[in-house]
Design a protein around this ligand. Structure first.
Ligand SMILES: Cc1cc2nc3c(=O)[nH]c(=O)nc-3n(C[C@H](O)[C@H](O)[C@H](O)COP(=O)(O)OP(=O)(O)OC[C@H]3O[C@@H](n4cnc5c(N)ncnc54)[C@H](O)[C@@H]3O)c2cc1C
Length: 402
């Protein structure tokens, strides 16, 4: 096993770190100040557009795609880069590497027609528009995609869509132009994995309403956001179908391999930065006659942070390597293991770092509180922990029981 990053990855890591040091960390809080003072929290943040232009100029753009659409990095090479971006909550978008757009771009790459790619993939790759992926519904347990109730019904040359979705990331943002919507076109099909269909709904289509922004632990994640949206007799041309009727489940499965792992990679960046901040804090404040860093329990907390970060980083790197070598399907056990372990572990690491910071660790002056929120919601987004455990456990029992 070679634990060294490739020369190409090392080159990108150095350039990305330099970019973060020069252009991102110094304005990290300005970004939030702008959002707090602007009139529309869902509008484009001018600073973001300036940073995107700089990143693109420096070739730090579309780093997530192994193929010809981006920098041509493997998943293994991308992992340390996503970790570096994950150190600032809003940084991935600067490099066009943010969720859910990377996952949605992959959907267009894998399943889009040429016309769909030209209309939606090209502007997404250019960072000119944003996109949303609409599957989860408030009225059914959406962990089980076969529960989805939104209907997609053919009517002549069109499809008619009716349903309600929530937690749709990106739907609040003014630049989001396209919704990839999962619904049922054949609810009575005895094969419950052939009931679903995915279809493209452009923003502004009559009957599509963004009703409200949802918050997690009171974070609205502006300007991206997570929204509740309604489809009321929304009509789109039949050409907006993705892949074909009844193939929605297949697309959902294909979409989530790398996307799930990208969250893990970014979360490791959150954890690493939290640990580093905790070390700094512990060294610079004192209680009961000695530095915090000299108290045994503080050293233990920091040591445990390190141990746990190493564990999930190695797991994530191994999973990325397997994704490159054997693909999504064959690497699914490791993807599940990383998806189960990383958010929970990172949550624990950040929690320790917050504690070492005292009351300050819980407030907006440090990035830990928002990062904790991110780790916590990653235990639901892209599938609840329990669903991944169910699938992984089933596979393992099948493999080892006989
Ligand atoms: C911030 C955020 C952003 C999101 N972004 C998007 C998005 O862009 N698009 C989108 O479509 N969705 C999005 N989601 C939704 C996410 O994908 C769903 O929340 C997730 O799939 C779970 O569905 P549910 O919320 O309906 O939970 P339910 O299906 O109601 O599950 C509730 C709980 O039941 C338990 N459970 C379920 N199955 C099992 C089992 N087999 N064994 C044991 N326990 C079980 C688990 O504890 C689970 O948490 C987002 C969620 C969050 C929090």
């Amino acid at each position: 096993m070679n634990f060294e990053h490739s020369p190409k990855a090392q080159d990108y890591m150095a350039r990305l770190t330099a970019f973060m040091n020069e252009h991102v960390y110094p304005v990290e809080h300005d970004y939030y100040d702008y959002l707090d003072s602007c009139e529309n929290r869902w509008a484009t943040v001018p600073m973001m557009e300036e940073l995107k232009a700089k990143a693109r100029e420096q070739g730090l753009w579309n780093l997530a795609f192994p193929g010809s659409h981006g920098a041509g990095l493997t998943n293994l090479e991308y992992a340390p880069l996503a970790e570096i971006m994950g150190r600032v909550m809003w940084a991935p978008e600067i490099f066009n590497c943010n969720a859910p757009d990377t996952g949605n771009m992959e959907v267009f790459m894998m399943y889009g027609t040429e016309a769909q790619q030209e209309q939606w993939l090209t502007p997404l790759l250019n960072g000119d528009i944003r996109s949303a992926y609409a599957m989860t519904e408030p009225n059914v347990a959406s962990s089980d995609a076969t529960n989805i109730e939104t209907s997609i019904v053919r009517d002549g040359d069109e499809y008619v869509i009716n349903g309600r979705k929530w937690f749709i990331t990106g739907a609040m943002n003014e630049r989001t132009q396209i919704f990839i919507v999962m619904g049922k076109s054949d609810p009575d099909n005895p094969n419950r994995h052939l009931q679903q269909t995915q279809i493209l709904v452009p923003k502004g289509t009559p009957g599509l309403t963004v009703e409200r922004a949802l918050k997690t632990f009171n974070y609205d994640d502006a300007p991206i956001g997570h929204a509740e949206i309604v489809f009321d007799n929304v009509r789109v041309p039949a050409a907006n179908l993705l892949l074909g009727e009844g193939r929605g489940f297949e697309i959902a499965q294909g979409r989530l391999g790398p996307g799930r792992l990208h969250h893990c990679m970014r979360l490791i960046g959150c954890a690493q930065r939290s640990m580093e901040l905790a070390c700094h804090r512990a060294e610079t404040r004192s209680t009961f006659g000695k530095k915090l860093s000299e108290h045994q329990s503080v050293r233990e907390d920091i040591a445990n942070c390190f141990c746990e970060i190493e564990q999930v980083r190695l797991l994530t790197l191994k999973t990325a390597d397997q994704l490159d070598k054997v693909g999504n399907k064959e690497a699914r056990d490791l993807i599940a293991a990383a998806k189960i372990s990383t958010p929970l572990t990172v949550q624990r690491v950040i929690d320790r770092a917050m504690q070492i910071h005292g009351a300050g660790g819980l407030c907006q002056d440090f990035f830990m509180a928002e990062a904790f929120n991110y780790a916590r919601w990653c235990r639901q987004a892209d599938g609840s922990d329990q669903v991944h455990m169910m699938a992984l456990g089933k596979q393992l029992i099948k493999r080892y029981a006989s």
